[in-house]
Design a protein. Structure first.
Length: 271
């Protein structure tokens, strides 16, 4: 199992083009790991998690071919995670070389308002899923887990992906997990790799995200539930806003004592 982080930032990316805070100014000045596109991840060469506004530039930036994608998992319908127009570039008028049939899985509300547009696309199917659903996608067994994200007006999901040898838990855009989420997760662990929302840094994250303190609390609960096994599981802090007040260097200093890895654009995890 190989996971490539295509983007590790929140909705406004880092640097926010309109912001002059220390995090954004450091990113402009130093570049490298301080630069964060909107969050997405590529599993092997055939599964994409989230399809946001930076997919095309990320594929170019990291020299990736996406024509073998057969599965896309969408966490929720916010525009930093779901820009269906990016699927249009698969169409023969833009891409004359073959692409494989693609299935997009995500909450039912993803297609609302996009139906006429999506109906014109070929070799793409859409499958609505909700928290607790399990299904097979190619070589993978996938489980949708309910996220805690905002006021509940849209459904948000986290995903467990099992390839038969390793288990990934991709958990961005969530505050502290609900008991329903823990009930779904408990029989699926332990995990080999966990990417966990850490959006809000020094802030609390409220009802939508983790700040540092919530992250540490969720980490402790994962150990208690047998989902995170120190020395076996790689736990990754992922999805960062500049409003959290921590540069990449600051994030590493904050999380390193907890044996937590900090994601960055282009980081590859191989299991």
């Amino acid at each position: 199992m190989k996971l490539t982080v295509l983007g590790s930032g929140a909705a406004e990316a880092i640097p926010d083009p309109y912001c002059s805070c220390d995090v954004c100014q450091t990113a402009r000045r130093e570049g490298g790991r301080h630069i964060r596109a909107r969050a997405a991840a590529l599993l092997n060469a055939d599964m994409l998690i989230d399809l946001g506004p930076d997919i095309v530039s990320a594929a170019s930036r990291f020299r990736l071919f996406l024509g073998n994608l057969s599965t896309v998992l969408i966490t929720h319908g916010h525009s930093d995670h779901w820009v269906p127009q990016n699927l249009m570039w698969r169409e023969s008028g833009f891409t004359p070389t073959p692409v494989v049939p693609l299935t997009v899985y995500g909450p039912a509300d993803l297609v609302q308002g996009y139906e006429p547009y999506l109906e014109r696309m070929t070799n793409i199917a859409f499958q609505a899923v909700t928290g607790g659903d399990q299904w097979s996608a190619g070589a993978y067994q996938v489980t949708a887990v309910p996220a805690t994200h905002g006021d509940g007006k849209i459904e948000a999901l986290l995903y467990v992906v099992d390839d038969g040898a390793h288990r990934l838990f991709y958990a961005t855009d969530t505050s502290s997990l609900s008991e329903d989420a823990w009930d779904v997760l408990r029989p699926l662990g332990p995990f080999d790799l966990i990417l966990l929302d850490a959006t809000s840094g020094l802030r609390s994250g409220g009802a939508s995200h983790h700040g540092f303190e919530k992250f540490v609390e969720t980490r402790a609960r994962m150990i208690e539930e047998g989902l995170f096994v120190p020395q076996k599981t790689t736990l990754v802090a992922h999805h960062f806003s500049h409003n959290g007040g921590l540069t990449h260097t600051g994030l590493v200093e904050k999380y390193e004592p907890y044996d937590v890895t900090v994601s960055y654009d282009g980081r590859v995890f191989s299991l």
